[in-house]
Design a protein around this ligand. Structure first.
Ligand SMILES: Nc1nc2c(ncn2[C@@H]2O[C@H](COP(=O)(O)OP(=O)(O)OP(=O)(O)O)[C@@H](O)[C@H]2O)c(=O)[nH]1
Ligand SMILES: [Mg+2]
Length: 344
C-alpha cells in the first residue's frame, strides 16, 4: 500500500517527505519531476504498551510507503504527476500556508480547490470516454449506467469519493483508478510560529465541506525535529508547548486512509503490528504471518490489547475469562492480540 504526497509546486512535499522518512532530499522548487520514495514505521502506542510488558527481543511496527510525487514544472499540477497519482492507494495533499518570500501570498483554499478540480477533470475525461464506448458496443449496461452516474456527479464538480456506491459498484470503478475516488488527507503546512495555534476557521470549514481530515504542521519544524537527538527533540517540543511531533499524528492519519486495521502479536521474541484489511476473517489474517498458518488454521486465541495490558499476562487473561477462542469465521478487529493454533 502506497501513500502519495501531492500538492502544488513549492507547497512543501519534499520537506514533509524528508521529515517523515529521514531521507535527505532536494527541496526548494526543484520542479525536476523527480520522485522520492521511502518506507515509514507507523508509530503505535499499543505496540509500545505490549513491548513494555513483554520486553521482547524485537519490536516491529506496521510500515507504509510514502511517495513524494513532485509538483511539476509549471504553476499548477502537471499531467504527468496526475498520471503518477493513479499508482498510489491514498493521497496526502500538502497545502502551503506559510509565506515563502516569493511575493505570492499563501492561498490554501485555492490550492485545495485546484487539486480537487484537476482530479475531477482527469476522471471525467476517462469516464466520458468509457461511456461513449459502452454506449456504442452495449457490452455492459450496468457499468454504463454506473459511469453515467459518475459523470453527472463529476460534472457537478464533485469528487467520486462523495458518491455513494454499493460494494459491487466500488469494485466496478476500481480498475479505473479514479483520482477523485482515492482517500485524501489535507496537510496544512503552516509557518514555524503557527504550529501551536488553531488552524484558520475558513480552512477548517472548507476541509470539512470536502469531507476530508486535516493535519496541521510545519514541514520546516518537522524537518528540524527529525534531525535532533531524542533529548533535544523533547526540549524543543517543550519550548514550543507541543506534546509530540506532528509527524506521528500525520503518519497515523495517513495510514488511516488505507482502511487497514492492526492485528497484534506479542511474546518474548517479538511484539508486532500486522496491517490487515478491515473485515478480514481470522485464517486470512493468519496468512499475513505465514501461509502455513492459514492452511493449517485451527483456531485463534484473541484478547483485545488493552485487556492484555490490564491483566499483565496471557495466563491472567485466561483466568479472568477475557481471552476468547475464535474459529474460522471470526473477523479480526483492530487491536486484537492474536495467537493462532494451527496444524503443520
Ligand atoms: N518557512 C517555511 N518554509 C518551508 C516550510 N516547508 C517548506 N518550506 C520551504 O519551501 C520551499 C519549497 O519546499 P519543498 O519541500 O521543496 O516543496 P515541494 O512541494 O517539494 O516543491 P516541488 O517539488 O517543487 O513541487 C523550500 O525552500 C522549503 O525549505 C515551512 O514549514 N516553513
Ligand atoms: Mg519537491
Amino acid at each position: 500500500m502506497k501513500i502519495g504526497l501531492v500538492g502544488l509546486p513549492g507547497s512543501g512535499k519534499s520537506t514533509v517527505f524528508g521529515a517523515l522518512t529521514g531521507i535527505a532530499v532536494e527541496t526548494g522548487y526543484a520542479g525536476t519531476g523527480k520522485q522520492n520514495i521511502g518506507v515509514v514505521k507507523v508509530p503505535d502506542p499499543r505496540v509500545d504498551a505490549l513491548a513494555s510488558l513483554f520486553n521482547p527481543k524485537k519490536t516491529t511496527y506496521a510500515e507504509t510507503t510514502f511517495t513524494d510525487l513532485g509538483g511539476g514544472s509549471g504553476k499548477g499540477i502537471d499531467r504527468a504527476v496526475l498520471n503518477q497519482m493513479r499508482n498510489v492507494d491514498a493521497l496526502c495533499q500538502v497545502v502551503r500556508a506559510f509565506d515563502d518570500g516569493s511575493g505570492d501570498a499563501p492561498n490554501p483554499l485555492g490550492e485545495l480547490e485546484d487539486l480537487a478540480m484537476e482530479t475531477i477533470l482527469a476522471d471525467l475525461e476517462i469516464a466520458e470516454q468509457r461511456v461513449v464506448r459502452l454506449t456504442r458496443d452495449r457490452s455492459n449496461p450496468n457499468e454504463l449506467e454506473l459511469l453515467q452516474r459518475v459523470c453527472t456527479h463529476l460534472e457537478a464538480g464533485n469528487p467520486i469519493r462523495s458518491l455513494e456506491l454499493s460494494e459491487l459498484e466500488g469494485k466496478m470503478t476500481s480498475p479505473y483508478s479514479f483520482l477523485s475516488q482515492k482517500p485524501l488527507l489535507a496537510v496544512l503546512n503552516v509557518a514555524e510560529d503557527e504550529v501551536t495555534g488553531e488552524p484558520p476557521a475558513d480552512i477548517v470549514a472548507d476541509v470539512e465541506k470536502r469531507g476530508l481530515n486535516l493535519v496541521v504542521l510545519s514541514a520546516q519544524v518537522e524537518m528540524d525535529i527529525a534531525q535532533m537527538s531524542a533529548e533535544d527533540q523533547k526540549e524543543f517540543l517543550d519550548s514550543l508547548g507541543l506534546s509530540e511531533p506532528a509527524r506521528d499524528r500525520f503518519i497515523r492519519a495517513a495510514y488511516a486512509l488505507l482502511d487497514l486495521i492492526s492485528m497484534l502479536t506479542s511474546g518474548p521474541d517479538e511484539c508486532r503490528a500486522w496491517p490487515v484489511p478491515r473485515n478480514t476473517p481470522a485464517p486470512q489474517a493468519a496468512g499475513k504471518i505465514h501461509s502455513d498458518i492459514e492452511r493449517g488454521f485451527i483456531r485463534a486465541e484473541v484478547v483485545p490489547w488493552e485487556k492484555l495490558v490490564e491483566c499483565g499476562s496471557e495466563a491472567k487473561c485466561r483466568d479472568e475469562g477475557v481471552l476468547r477462542v475464535e474459529g474460522k469465521t471470526y473477523v479480526i478487529q483492530d487491536g486484537d492480540v492474536v495467537n493462532f493454533r494451527f496444524n503443520v
